[in-house]
Write a protein of this length. Sequence first.
Length: 133
Amino acid sequence: IKTWSCSNLISSLGSFQSTLYIEDQRSHDLYCSPANRFYEALSAGTLVLFDKSCINTFRRAGIPIARYLVDGPDSYAEKLARHDELRELQRQELVRDYRAQLDFEFAEAAVQVERYFTRPAQPDTILRRPPSA
């Protein structure tokens, strides 16, 4: 059995033509941010194709993936036949400084949390236990 080392993940990922992003059933309805493997594959320049059921995760994250969706072997083969074109489009459309964006969103959330905990308590914002059943 040939093994694959992940000691240099980005370099290793770059040796693959594409990767298929899938997620578990629960993630389709419960928002989870895109997994690290998405960002790692983009960094490596590997074409990321997405199972069509992942569309909600990326829509909520504001990441357009419609042109990279697959729904079975035929659509996967069609996308692979256009590998070079799609990889270049994906690089242009999706490769950006996600860290800066994440830092900004985190700072924005921290301000909201601070405002919530430092404002005077209002009767309608005090948490109360629900009545016993």
